[in-house]
Design a protein around this ligand. Structure first.
Ligand code: NAD
Ligand code: UFG
Length: 338
């Protein structure tokens, strides 16, 4: 198939682009490079031994979007492009609603104009908010607690309404749990700009000496060791989930939502122990206050994805840490060094 991948130079998009190329698909990447570099795509192509087309364009630029579809016979879209920093979304809600929601509406208009009605969308477990009912199933009500999460909730609603209004659409809403790790080659991985918001990239930067210590947000949660529990999923498993969803969509129209997680929860201290073992060094940490809005425990019931897609996450937390560390050790400054 010929697939247009928005956000394809980013963390999850680059790993999925590699999986698509390896599976024999043709890929057109559209990204404005706001939070990524074209170096990731250069390395993806090197690993795949095949080329993808790159178009630098912003989803808010409708003419550029139309041009990306023009004459390319795109059959499906995987839509990763978006802003994802929770704290920034609280400070700049309009920026987030414009970029994520308006950007998606522009994309959907461009798709309609070009007769493309198959889309896989990057949603998030963040749509479940601070629900304490675990495991989280696709039927757990959406209740996002910050503007970033609400952009995902609104986009899910828009896509559901679109699918109801026009039954020609095939739509997959993939709710990722906590992506971690990197491709086993150590050539591509997560390269956050500024101070990482998420645990794994922060721990990796401490391990490589870019930061002094990890601040552990709360040790008084009602969990076995008092720290927050999450469902970390290897980014390569996540990428495979997109190919499985795309296959499923090929069988017919409709709107479907799936959790992509492992079904296992790990605490912050368990992650620190696993990363320390992978890196072969101690990782300094200190307990501090809880981060506002954080749930104590979040992990998926991934059984629907297994039943419908025949997909399940295969890689362990130890593998995620080993792969994340290989990437960080080989690329201490991320893609900056080229
Ligand atoms: P990322 O920032 O690495 O990738 C997103 C890409 O989108 C970047 O390359 C960025 O330059 C591009 N982009 C942003 N706005 C754009 C616009 N208006 N036009 C064109 N390109 C634009 O993030 P990621 O971790 O790879 O996440 C991919 C998707 O998955 C996002 O939608 C994110 O919200 C979602 N998600 C991520 C996580 C996570 O923890 N990483 C968890 C759940 C869901
Ligand atoms: N944590 C720390 N210190 C840090 C960073 C995180 O102790 O420096 C803790 C958090 O309190 C939480 C756990 O590590 O208990 C994981 O935190 P992350 O920020 O890595 O992940 P979240 O579960 O908070 O959120 C992430 C993304 C969201 C996404 C959600 C579910 O940031 O966008 O996973 O997919 F929606």
């Amino acid at each position: 198939m010929r697939i247009l991948v928005t956000g394809g130079t980013g963390y999850i998009g680059s790993h999925t682009t590699l999986a698509l190329l390896e599976a024999g698909h043709d890929v057109v990447v559209v990204d404005n490079l706001l939070n990524s570099s074209q170096e990731s795509l250069r390395r993806v192509q090197e690993l795949a031994g095949r080329k993808a087309e790159f178009i630098q364009a912003d989803l808010l630029d409708t003419a550029a979007l139309d041009a990306a579809f023009d004459g390319r016979s795109i059959e499906a879209v995987i839509h990763f492009a978006g802003l994802k920093a929770v704290g920034e979304s609280v400070a700049k809600p309009l920026y987030y609603y414009s970029n994520n929601v308006v950007g998606t509406i522009n994309l959907l208009h461009a798709m309609e104009r070009h007769d493309v009605r198959t889309i896989v969308f990057s949603s998030s477990a963040t749509v479940y908010g601070a629900s304490e009912e675990v495991p989280l199933t696709e039927d757990t009500p959406m209740n996002a607690v910050n503007p970033y999460g609400r952009t995902k909730e609104h986009i899910e609603d828009i896509l559901s309404d679109l699918g109801s209004a026009d039954p020609r659409w095939s739509i997959a809403l993939l709710r990722y749990f906590n992506p971690a790790g990197a491709h086993e080659s150590g050539r591509i991985g997560e390269d956050p700009t500024g101070i990482p918001n998420n645990l794994l990239p922060f721990v990796a930067q401490v391990a490589v000496g870019r930061r002094d210590k990890v601040m552990v947000f709360g040790n008084d949660y009602p969990t076995p060791d008092g720290t927050g529990v999450r469902d970390y999923i290897h980014v390569v498993d996540l990428a495979a989930g997109h190919l499985a969803a795309l296959n499923y969509l090929g069988e017919g129209p409709g709107v479907r939502r799936w959790n992509l997680g492992t079904g296992n929860g790990s605490s912050v201290l368990e992650v620190l122990t696993a990363f320390s073992a992978a890196a072969g060094k101690d990782i300094a940490y200190e307990f501090t206050d809880r981060r506002p809005g954080d749930a104590a425990v979040s992990y998926a019931d991934p059984s629907a994805a297994h039943a419908d897609l025949g997909w399940r996450a295969e890689r362990s937390l130890a593998t995620m840490c080993e792969d994340h560390w290989r990437w960080q050790k080989n690329n201490p400054e991320g893609y900056a060094a080229g």
